[in-house]
Ligand binder design. Structure first.
Ligand SMILES: Nc1ncnc2c1ncn2[C@@H]1O[C@H](COP(=O)(O)OP(=O)(O)O)[C@@H](O)[C@H]1O
Ligand SMILES: [Mg+2]
Length: 239
């Protein structure tokens, strides 16, 4: 679903190399967890997959479509939830969702079904008529998630989606991620919660200082001790 070939991205006129020659491929039907310390380059990588940032070198393909060559076609495949939730404060929740629905050209019936399903799942249906300004951080995140899924994208690209969610909503989201992949779709998400990554993901990528330090199933990541936890593997590779 996603193919990254030797992507590199620097900030501050090349003084900060955030992502350094990273290559990665995900398969349809898999949940891929992207972990790494703060500043490792997770968000920068995710933003390059969305097309928000253009790599200095290398290429990004989503569903076989090159992001640089055909950005709109590639972006249609993606449901992206950023790590910060700067949603339009002056809109009501439902207005925001309908705006996103319009952008993606989602027909009325499908739109209503998906909105209702996710608002109920995240228990924010009652707040849909309120201004986004009055939402808590977690509520904004739930609204952003609902908006990101409105066009039924095959690829979910989630930057720390579990941070800030209450336990019930986190569980609901994890179940949704699984269900999405069972239908042959792909979820690519970053997280700091190693236990979740360990249990939920089919494969895990560990990024450290902009480079992919390791990638594979939990079993294949265990090169030393045969029942090492992801936490142990993580510290071995990043210290
Ligand atoms: N807009 C920016 N300008 C300058 N440096 C940045 C910017 N965004 C990120 N960085 C730097 O790039 C590196 C990777 O950041 P980021 O991709 O946000 O990492 P992560 O999401 O893994 O915490 C860090 O050193 C960070 O300080
Ligand atoms: Mg980040």
């Amino acid at each position: 679903m996603i193919e990254l070939k030797n992507i590199t991205k620097s900030y501050a006129r090349g003084r900060v190399k955030a992502v350094d020659d990273l290559s990665l491929k995900t398969e349809p039907g898999e949940i891929f967890g992207f972990i790494g310390p703060n500043g490792a380059g997770k968000t920068t990588t995710i933003k390059m997959i969305t097309g928000i940032l253009t790599p200095d070198t290398g290429s990004v393909t989503v569903g076989g479509t090159d992001m640089l060559a055909e950005p709109v076609k590639a972006k249609r495949l993606i449901g992206y939830v950023p790590d910060s939730h700067d949603v339009f404060d002056r809109l009501k929740g439902i207005e925001y969702l309908n705006f996103i629905g319009d952008v993606y050209g989602v027909p009325e019936k499908e739109r209503r079904e998906r909105i209702e399903k996710h608002l109920a799942m995240f228990e924010i249906a009652d707040a849909a008529g309120e201004l986004v300004r009055s939402y808590s951080h977690g509520m904004k995140q739930k609204l952003t998630l609902t908006g990101a899924l409105i066009h039924k994208p095959p690829l979910w690209l989630l930057d720390e989606p579990l941070t800030g969610l209450d336990p019930k909503s986190a569980l609901a989201l994890k179940e949704e991620m699984r269900a999405h992949c069972r239908e042959g779709n792909t979820v690519f998400f970053s997280t700091h919660i190693l236990e979740v990554a360990e249990r939920l993901c089919d494969r895990i990528g560990i990024i450290y200082k902009g480079k992919l330090a390791a990638v594979g199933t939990m079993d294949s990541l265990r090169t030393g001790e045969k029942d090492a936890t992801l936490e142990q593997i993580f510290f071995e590779l990043t210290e």
